[in-house]
Ligand binder design. Structure first.
Ligand code: FES
Length: 118
């Protein structure tokens, strides 16, 4: 795992902020945003279990695009198929290496409410 180091060799813990909850916290560099959100007490839907196949973990990055791992082919394909390639990332695929603010979906009650990924 990549660990960024600040002055003096101290590990840098990226800060993520999740909207609309306005929950923030530091997570280990290289952690994906799905796991990072879970660490901070926010469970994102993840019906495929983090395999870049379902898009239920889709997020909108508000700040810090440059602090995320580059999009890979599997993520690009599933976002393109869903028509959200240019507006969203998959939290299960995007690993964080610096501060990021993102908005999670708030699914209405209904068919999505049963998608827990468990
Ligand atoms: S959990 Fe299915 S695409 Fe991320």
């Amino acid at each position: 795992m990549i660990r960024e180091r600040g002055a003096g060799g101290a590990a840098i813990m990226p800060k993520i902020t999740i909207l609309p909850d306005t929950v923030s916290g530091e997570i280990e560099s290289g952690t994906n945003l799905l796991k990072g959100a879970e660490i901070l007490g926010i469970e994102l839907l993840h019906s495929c279990g983090g395999l870049a196949a379902c898009t239920t973990c889709r997020i909108i990055v508000k700040e810090g695009h440059e602090n995320l791992s580059p999009i890979k082919l599997a993520e690009e394909e599933v976002l393109a198929e869903t028509g959200i390639l240019h507006s969203h990332r998959l939290a299960c695929q995007a690993r964080v290496f610096g501060d990021v603010i993102f908005e999670r979906p708030v699914w209405p009650p209904g068919p999505h409410s049963g998608l827990t990924g468990d």
